[in-house]
Structures are given as C-alpha cells and as structure tokens.
Design a protein around this ligand. Sequence first.
Ligand SMILES: *Cc1c(COP(=O)(O)O)cnc(C)c1O
Length: 361
Amino acid sequence: MRRVFNFSAGPGAVPEECLAQARDEMLDWQQLGYSVIEASHRSERFIELMHETAALVRELLAVPASHDVLLLQGGAHLQFAMVPLNLLGGSDRADYLDTGAWSQTAIEEARRWCQVSLAASGAQAGYTCTPSQNELRLDPAAAYVHYCSNETIDGVEFPYVPDTGAVPLVADASSHLMSRPLDIARYGLIYAGAQKNLGPAGLCVVIVRQDLLGRCAPTTPTMLDYRTHARVGSGYNTPPTFSVYFACLVLRWLKRQGGVAAIEQRNIGKAQLLYGAIDQSEGFYVNRVRAADRSRMNVPFFLRNNSLLEEFLRGAGERDLVQLRGHRRLGGVRASLYNAMPLAGVQALVSFMREFAQRHG
Ligand SMILES: *Cc1c(COP(=O)(O)O)cnc(C)c1O
C-alpha cells in the first residue's frame, strides 16, 4: 500500500486516521453485523450519528442558539439557488461581492431570481485581492449580501468579515469552513460542501439563522425550503448516510486536534511555509495575490518559465506530491492545504520546489 501527499483542491485529503477507522468498521458498524451504509436512516443509531455530527459542527464553530445546523445535499451549487429562493422573501434585489470564480457562479445563478447588484468586484485587479469594508457599495434595501469567503480557484481569502448592518450576510465558505474560528453570529447563513475540509462529497453543511427560515415563495419545492430540513433535524428524506458518517469521523478528529483554534495555528504555519518558499524564490515561483488576502487553504502559483510546468508536476509526482495541477482557468500549480494536509507534506513540497528551482534557476 502507498499513501502520498494529496494537494487536491476538492475532493481533498482526509485524515488517515478517519480512513483507517472507516475501513476497520466497514463490515460491522457498532457490532450490528452490517455497515453504516446499510443502516436505516430512521434507526436510533443513525439518528444519533446525525445529532452528533450537527452537534460537533455547533460545538467546534461555537454556533449560537439563534442558528440551525443543517446537513443537506446538492453541494454548494444547490446553495447558489437555495439562498435566493429562501432569502429573497418577496424582494427582487440582492447584493453580491464578486471576488473570483465561485462568486461568479453564485451570481449567475442568483440572476435567475433577482436583480444582482455587485457590491464590489475584483475583476479590475485580476481577482488578486478582496475589497476593503469601505469599498463595499451596499444597498440597505437588499434582501441579503452574498460573498465567497475563500475563493478556492483564485486563492483569495477574506481577512475580515464584511459588516452589512441589518442586511443578512451570506457566505460560501466551502473551502475554509472548519479551518479557523468564525464569528457565526455575524452571519445570516453560511454554507460549505463537505468535500474540501469535512469529508466525502455528497454532504453540504448549512448554518442558518432561524429568523430567516420560512420566507420562501409557496411554489418553492419542498426539498429546497430550509424549513423542511430544519424542522426534522435534517432527516426529511434519506440523507447521504455514508458522507454524514465520515464527516462525523473527521469532526471527532478535529476535536482531538484541539478544535478550530488549534488547527488554525497549524494552517497558518503551513501557509507561511509555502508562501515563504514562493516569495524567497526570486521570481522563479509567483503568487499574485495581495499578501493580506492570500488563502491559507488554496495556494495557486506559477512558474516564471511556464514551459517547465509539466516537468515540475512530473518531478513532484515522483516524490509522492500529487494533484498539484492548477485549475484549468488559471493554469500553473495549485497546492491545497486543507486541515488534513500534515506539515510534513508542505515541508516535502517546499524542499522539492527549492531543489527544482536550483536545478533550473
Ligand atoms: C468546491 C466549491 C464549490 C462547488 O461545490 P460543489 O459541492 O461541487 O457544488 C463552490 N464554492 C466553493 C468556494 C468551492 O470551493
């Protein structure tokens, strides 16, 4: 058996301990003689697991009692539609911040239901920075303000939480939820697909303030109304049971690591190591994102001499450093440093980068 350092942007690496536990109890879960995949979602054991999973999200992120934790399906993409369907509440206006590829996808979807006004755009700067608070052009009559708090493709992460006054703030936090403490009370709604920092695809965590529930138009499909899921502990229909189970293992692991404050310190260390190597390469490697807005989770970078890219990726692969190819939209290299990436993986990447730069510099 061979395990490598997996820098995939998503689905991303998960803690090896969790994989081992899932393997060990695959054939016989909780001495039932069958696997969790084969367990009824209405069984006591499984309902308990759903509760534990939501409770761990609540505990680890210190979610206040004013907010519900929902375990849904459809990925972040379904949230691009559910957010306007649920939060417009008869209004036809919402504010969106455009800070990169994922903001844009959310904006395109929202335009099907409302007038989207761009409260800020990073287009002119080539999506290399976030807008500052005083650059935001906020409409006090907007139904909500949406932003992507970590742009997975562009590698841009907000270093602050926008202040939107009385207008509910909504965040696509898919690629950095659980990587750092967040002041949940500041948000009307936060969502994250699980496949970046929480486990397998198929599960989407939504944290929503209760007073925002019940604003859907009557024609909204039952499954797309947050209230449907909030009323029954996310057990309205069959949940993605294996994904919930595995996310629970990852959340328990995160708790054993000391929680999000402890993992944040490790994430800062990993990011500093990699950005340091890029910045100290005398231009051999380039990351264009403004220093304060550089993502700790997703580090896109380029080789000054792009014709060396294939050799770089091949050489990395030979050292068990894999899934480093940049997103097709940007090219170059992208290293994702999710919670499950150990420091040793980043150390190995950085030493390969130094060696490669020396050989070709
Ligand atoms: C991965 C990602 C998405 C897309 O998630 P799906 O689960 O594939 O819908 C959306 N937003 C961000 C920020 C992401 O990182």
